[in-house]
Design a protein around this ligand. Structure first.
Ligand code: SF4
Ligand code: SF4
Length: 666
């Protein structure tokens, strides 16, 4: 062991010690979060998810340019780990080499050498995108920009020092490769700069060796304190991500907890450890904010900022909590209000576009709903017009001021039986509040009921026994009201022994299908677009041979599409109609743009920025379609308002899938 090895061992121990200290602190901060969240189930599925999302980067590759760039940087990084391992062992024993791996070593060295170039090119391109063309989603505050530049340059110098070390090593070996080694780029550099071993090449080898390892050690210890903390936490975050294929099923809040003096989340210690880990894992890539409908139209909500603010607050407050402190200036602030504004929280449509796009599987909507729960249930701080909505839900069981006794009036004269009259139907048609009370959507209820009658489906309705499904109250944070209605509905449905439900409302569909099991309601639930598709496929209804020509564009409902993956059913039915030319909007299916009404936004005023429905309608109108097809009462209202705004009501109709199909069947 020579002096170099002794110095290295001292440096190595100091570096590892400091790194362990930093990571231990981060783990302690996670433990500050009190909300229970068990994410240790189904390990094989979690590992599979890690492979798909973290290693194969399937999410990022939806954007071919940035995705490929990131994939290259990531895999280049993984392969450099072999170089790091070799260099670390050389610190302990100068002559160490992984060459005993034989041909594997040849592959490793070749790939490292070639990937090094690609990594340098990718970093130059990333710097160009961030600092020259300033891709909007990559522009963050000054500190974030400096941090990004620093880390990218650090990686670049790690690669450059690797080339320096290898080129000098090649010269020191008499301008030939070491055993099993294949590094054409390094050999080329060596050939340009050197002609064989000299005192300079010996010095340069040592210089670049130390530069390489010290930069790596510096990088490692900088990570826990930089926005690139995600390099350490993003793979664990993907591992612990929600495994449920139906994303964002809101979790039940235990309202019977006698020890709880608050509900929801006002500050980081009320989150779960996973929600704090989300904060650690944000890469600040801005993909979420770039697709956020609220942000797109100029509102202050930015899902990236929500997550970054959770991290900032954690790093501000958690160290004090860990030290047992409970007083001081920071304790006079809370995450909600001081870091994240109420306005931003109320602007979310819960459209899930952010969750869909996030490459590290961050669950923004859960955190937003948790913070809304605090505002409503603990602080009673919510926009004033929600007073009427909550009051109406409590007394009329619908967000609008309608008499619950009128709920089944839409069906007058249609000879539709209620469950109370005869419960032996084949399926229950869950009509929903809009389908029962909204003049426009009552026509959709009638159209769908007529289709079922033509198909000979023996269906029933609950009539006046149906209550709001609870989605609006739940997404608005009023879990108390939501649970009340959900429990009452489950009781009614179970009393009648209901097994199958069909509904024309994606919000009812999502709740009944995915959230009612939390309350003992387990039903087979279909959306009416799925049901219509089946009726057509089964020949229960026949399309006319010659139908009017129409150019139609279909607007995806978030709760049908992103929440439940139902993209094809409405399109398949429209495709079968001979006269329909179906055209897609630029943003469709999983990239679909929200209408602006979800998450209770239907009942809130726009306090700032533009209107989301107008942005979406503009996109629909740009297809030159004469019909905008929708499959959701909220979407229909928003798109209809949008068409009115652009004064296109004469040229463009907004119709539900059921209405279009009814027009085109015998
Ligand atoms: S759910 Fe939609 S509206 Fe809410 S933050 Fe995410 S992208 Fe924005
Ligand atoms: S939350 Fe996800 S998508 Fe948004 S900036 Fe962070 S890593 Fe990117």
């Amino acid at each position: 062991m020579d002096l170099k090895n002794i110095i290295f061992i001292i440096v190595f121990l100091a570096v590892i010690g400091f790194f362990a200290y930093s990571v231990n602190n981060l783990i302690k901060y996670l433990k500050v979060a009190k909300k229970n969240d068990d994410r240790f189930d189904n390990i094989p599925a979690r590992l599979k998810r890690v492979w798909n999302i973290a290693f194969a980067q399937t999410k990022l590759l939806r954007d071919p340019v940035a995705g490929t760039l990131h994939l290259l940087i990531f895999w280049g990084f993984v392969l450099f780990i072999f170089a790091v391992i070799e260099t670390i062992f050389q610190g302990f024993y100068s002559g160490f080499s992984l060459s005993f791996l034989g041909p594997i070593y040849t592959v490793i060295t070749l790939v490292q050498d070639l990937f090094g170039l690609l990594v340098i090119l990718s970093i130059i391109f990333s710097l160009y995108r961030r600092f020259v063309i300033k891709v909007p989603r990559l522009v963050v505050d000054k500190h974030g920009m400096l941090d990004a530049a620093f880390i990218l340059l650090l990686i670049m110098f790690i690669v450059i020092s690797m080339y320096g070390q290898n080129a000098a090593g090649f010269a020191n070996n008499g301008m030939v490769y070491h055993e099993s080694e294949l590094r054409p780029v390094s050999a080329f550099i060596s050939g340009v700069l050197f002609s064989g071993e000299t005192s300079t090449t010996v010095f340069l080898y040592e210089f670049f060796w130390w530069m390489h390892i010290l930069l790596i050690f510096g990088f490692l210890n900088y990570l826990p304190y930089s926005k690139h903390l995600h390099v350490l936490s993003s793979i664990p975050n993907v591992f612990f991500a929600n495994l449920d294929p139906v994303r964002n099923t809101i979790k039940k809040l235990n309202l019977d907890d006698e020890n709880a003096d608050t509900f929801g989340v006002a500050d980081i210690d009320q989150f779960s450890w996973k929600q704090i880990l989300d904060g650690y894992s944000c890469t600040e890539c801005g993909r979420c904010t770039s697709v956020c409908p609220a942000n797109t139209v100029g509102k202050s909500l930015s899902p990236r900022d929500i997550i970054v603010d959770i991290r900032k607050r954690t790093l501000d407050k958690a160290p004090l909590l860990v030290e047992g402190k409970t007083e001081g200036e920071l304790f006079e602030k809370t995450l909600v209000h001081n870091y994240i504004t109420d306005t931003a929280l109320w602007e979310c449509t819960t459209c899930m576009a952010c969750v869909q796009e996030c490459p590290v599987m961050i669950e923004h909507v859960d955190s937003i709903v948790d913070m809304r729960r605090n505002l409503v249930l603990t602080e009673s701080e919510f926009p004033s017009n929600l007073n009427n909505v909550f009051k109406s839900l409590e007394t009329n069981f619908t967000p609008w001021v309608f008499n619950p006794a009128d709920r089944a009036n839409w069906a007058d004269g249609m000879n539709i039986k209620s469950m109370a009259e005869d419960k032996d139907g084949e399926i229950l048609f869950w009509v929903g509040c809009a389908g029962s009370f909204d003049d426009r959507y009552k026509k959709v209820s009638k159209a769908f009921a007529t289709i079922m009658q033509k198909a000979g489906v023996d269906f029933r309705i609950l009539g006046t026994e149906e209550k709001c499904n609870g989605d609006t109250a739940r997404r608005l944070g009023n879990e108390y009201l939501a649970q009340m209605m959900m429990q009452e509905n489950v009781e009614t449905l179970n009393n009648y022994g209901v097994k199958k439900i069909v509904t024309a409302c994606p919000h009812c569909f999502h709740s009944l299908k995915n959230e009612y099991p939390q309350f003992g309601g387990n039903f087979e639930v279909k959306h009416h677009t799925q049901f219509i598709e089946e009726l057509l496929a089964g020949g229960n209804i026949q399309l006319k041979k010659d139908t009017e020509k129409h150019k139609v564009t279909y607007h995806d409902s978030c709760y049908l599409g992103r929440y439940n993956g139902v993209y094809d059913s409405p399109r398949n039915s429209l495709d079968l109609v001979t006269g329909i030319d179906l055209v897609e909007m630029e943003r469709s299916k999983s990239k679909g743009f929200c209408c602006g009404a979800g998450g209770g936004r239907m009942f809130l005023e726009d306090e700032e920025g533009g209107r989301i429905n107008e942005e979406r309608t503009k996109e629909a109108l740009s297809t030159n379609a004469d019909t905008i097809a929708s499959a959701c009462p909220f979407c229909m209202t928003m798109m209809t308002d949008g068409v009115k705004h652009f004064e296109k009501t004469e040229e463009v109709a907004v119709k539900d899938i059921a209405e279009i199909i009814l027009e085109n069947i015998n």
